[in-house]
Design a protein around this ligand. Structure first.
Ligand code: 1HE
Length: 261
């Protein structure tokens, strides 16, 4: 196992093909300070090629309480704009990572913490997780990509409700509306996310890449362009030597069958 990161902010450890990126400010409920945003950006920018899946989690009982409100000071509109853009750049490194990122969520998933979770490709929440966007109450607006990513996950009407009323969603509601992919017992979010990451890391890398990068683009493309893009990326994926070996393995009965879980 290799370990690195920024002490007191973020821990990065790599075991085999899976990297763990862990927010490490539990005493501040993993509030996202400028330094922590920078550390997240660096961690996702520096992933070694041997890493095939990443699990993003928070130390302690809470994933993240969002923007570090201690760092809010008088900012000009331009400073506010650039501040938000640094969050966008950092979270884009997650959303556009070459390998799948799974967020393991417990406790508070609030504001910017919710935006961070929305940047991952899959979300696993335990029963203690709750989701809120109290920006309205704080006189703010989302600035970490939430209007795009959270709106895409839950729809503009639901996001409007959370932002206007301060409504808090529990893990059950989050699962019901598709905000989280898996809901597990308290304390099980990280183990389940690691289990999923191990499984995902065994897929052909080009298939994973196509799912992360081609699928969302195809889904947003006008009909005929979407079909053509699908054919192109399917052709690229199946042309990989690894894909050919995997298909041969199944045909010669060396590969596992699909099983009901
Ligand atoms: C913080 C933060 C923070 C905790 N910034 N320091 N986010 C919010 O509006 C959520 C604000 N936080 C809370 O509502 C609560 O802290 C929690 C529900 C998350 C947790 O409650 P609790 O009782 O477990 O902890 P606590 O006693 O409130 O906080 C423990 C410490 O963490 C305390 O510091 P201490 O020095 O007094 O021990 C808190 O001040 C500190 N702390 N949350 C700074 N957010 C790109 S735009 C995004 C805009 C937003 O994210 S808006 C949402 C902001």
């Amino acid at each position: 196992m290799t370990a690195r990161g920024s002490p007191g902010l973020l821990r990065v450890s790599i075991e085999g093909a899976v990297a763990q990126v862990r927010l490490d400010r539990p005493d501040k409920r993993n509030a996202l300070s400028d330094d922590l945003i920078e550390a997240i950006s660096q961690a996702f920018g520096d992933l070694p090629g041997s890493v095939k899946a990443v699990v993003l989690s928070g130390e302690g009982a809470h994933f993240s309480a969002g923007l570090d409100l201690n760092e809010l000071r008088d900012r000009s509109a331009a400073e506010g704009l650039f501040h938000s853009r640094t969050w966008h750049a950092a979270f884009a490194r997650i959303a556009q990572a070459p390998v799948p990122v799974i967020a393991a969520l417990s406790g508070a998933v609030i504001g910017g913490g919710f935006e961070l979770a929305a940047s991952a490709h899959l979300r696993v929440a335990d029963e203690t997780a709750y989701f809120a966007l109290p920006e309205g109450q704080r006189g703010l607006f989302v600035g970490g990509g939430g209007s795009v990513r959270i709106a895409a996950l839950m729809g503009v009407p639901r996001m409007t409700d959370l932002m206007l009323t301060g409504r808090v969603l529990d893990a059950g509601e989050a699962e019901r509306i598709g905000l989280v992919n898996y809901r597990v017992a308290a304390g099980q979010a990280l183990p389940r996310a690691l289990e999923l990451a191990e499984r995902i890391a065994q897929n052909a890398p080009m298939s994973n890449y196509a799912v992360l990068h081609a699928l969302p683009a195809i889904a947003n493309a006008p009909g005929e362009a979407g079909f053509l893009m699908e054919s192109l990326i399917a052709a690229v994926a199946q042309s990989e030597p690894e894909a050919k070996e995997r298909m041969r393995a199944f045909v010669s009965k060396r590969a596992g069958k699909v099983k009901r879980s």
